[in-house]
Design a protein around this ligand. Structure first.
Ligand code: NAP
Ligand code: MG
Length: 402
């Protein structure tokens, strides 16, 4: 078979630990034999980030803005232990945070559904995609532990010197205080990313806040979404046969549980943090969760939702077998290649990506899987494979589909 040609390079962001090992296996077994791969390679492995003072992360994000599509391997976000382990010059920031800030993006996470893995919520027959606003609120807060009686005030001082002042509470004893914020710019970007993604994936969009209680803060989220929808998206949604639906967050939670899935659930930062863990767990397995960062200008960065699978990597270094499941990382590649194919009008690349995804699903449905999937599968006698053998099994299925 002749390898599929590409015209525009994909931005390739390599990463750390077990996912870095898998990255190479996936390229060798599932991509390079079939695609004449064209990438602009950035090594986001922690050692190279340290050598370049993290410039490589910034460069990779700028390259993504230039070319439009990136695929990223999981990366270590350094903490104190990693400072020693990798002898770091500095505790470099989370690469995902840096890239998100440059692309001004929203993260969409969706589970990969497999017939013999039944979600804990049995009526969820279609994936629920969570879109989490990744800026502000409680994640950029200012807090005070109130020592005793006194008045707490909220004060805004404009650049023109104008002051707005509100009493928060007249304390009669000790307590706690928290100041949070968001910006119209960030909320608008979030809204546009959600509307674009809904159109792109032809799914309804749900959004919810607590606007009845928070009449200025949460209500502003509701209003911005509605204004942008009415002005820029209502027509397009109608043409696509999809819907934008706003409700209160508690009503949304109840409806989500009763639903069959198949929509995008846009969440404020905290709601998204909490609900994405609930949704991921209910669908079965962290190693089956995809993730894509979408900027309001339509730039895409695909990755797996899980981390570098550190514990498996230490086993790998000792020469032991690991049960790491590569499916979410493979879907990062297929997502990126499919998008590249769509943008560059290369139908063979789109079709290859679809077949590779089908091959992943069929392999598991045929009873071949890694350990964590076998433990939740309804399959009678699953064949449990190690990381590389599972990738090889997917390749066999892929060859039978091509
Ligand atoms: P993790 O890498 O997601 O792994 C946590 C556990 O989940 C693993 O020990 C494993 O459980 C299971 N797991 C995750 N992915 C799996 C897969 N593909 N196949 C099989 N099992 C899988 O999270 P972590 O150990 O907390 O974090 C490790 C590093 O990843 C950290 O340095 C963190 O900074 C980084 N991280 C990066 C990203 C990112 O780049 N997007 C996201 C999160 C974390 P068992 O051990 O029970 O098999
Ligand atoms: Mg969380």
């Amino acid at each position: 078979m002749e390898r599929i040609k590409m015209t525009t390079p994909l931005v390739e962001m390599d990463g750390d630990e077990m996912t870095r090992v898998m990255w190479q296996m996936i390229k060798d077994e599932l991509i390079l034999p079939y695609v004449d791969l064209k990438t602009e390679y950035y090594d986001l492995g922690l050692e190279h980030r340290n050598e370049t003072d993290d410039q490589v992360t910034v460069d990779s994000a700028n390259a993504t803005l230039k070319y439009g599509v990136a695929v990223k391997c999981a990366t270590i976000t350094p903490n104190a232990a990693r400072m020693t382990e990798y002898n770091l010059k500095e505790m470099w920031k989370s690469p995902n945070g840096t890239i998100r800030a440059i692309l001004d993006g929203t993260v969409f996470r969706a589970p990969i559904l497999i017939r013999n893995i039944v979600p804990y919520v049995s009526n969820w027959s279609k994936p629920i995609t969570i879109a989490r606003h990744a800026y502000g609120d409680v994640y950029k807060n200012t807090e005070i532990k109130v020592p005793g009686p006194g008045r707490a005030e909220l004060v805004f001082t404009g650049e023109d010197g104008r002051e707005i002042r509100e009493t928060i509470h007249q304390f009669t004893g000790p307590g706690i205080l928290q100041g949070i914020h968001n910006t119209e710019k960030s909320i608008s970007s979030f809204a546009r990313a959600c509307f674009n993604y809904a159109l792109d994936s032809r799914q309804d969009l749900w959004f919810a806040t607590k606007d009845t209680i928070s009449k200025k803060y949460d209500h502003t989220f509701k209003d911005i979404f509605q204004e942008i929808y009415d002005e820029e998206y209502a027509e397009k949604f109608k043409e696509s046969g999809i819907e934008y639906f706003y409700t209160l967050i508690d009503d949304a939670v109840a409806r989500v549980i009763r639903s069959e899935g198949g929509f995008i659930w846009a969440c404020k930062n905290y709601d998204g943090d909490v609900m994405s863990d609930m949704v991921a767990t209910a669908y079965g397995d962290l190693s089956m969760m995809t993730s894509v960062l979408v900027s309001p200008s339509g730039v895409y960065e695909y990755e797996a939702a899980h981390g570098t699978v550190q514990q498996h990597y230490y086993k790998y270094l000792k020469g032991e077998e690991t049960s790491t499941n590569g499916i979410a990382t493979i879907f990062a590649w297929t997502g990126a290649l499919r998008k590249r194919g769509e943008l560059d009008h290369i139908p063979q690349l789109v079709s290859f990506s679809e077949k590779l995804e089908k091959a992943c699903i069929k392999t598991v449905e045929d009873g071949k899987m890694t350990r964590s999937l076998a433990s939740i599968s309804t399959c009678e006698n699953p064949v449990v494979l190690n990381c590389l053998d599972f990738i090889k099994a997917i390749r066999e299925t892929l060859d039978s589909l091509l």
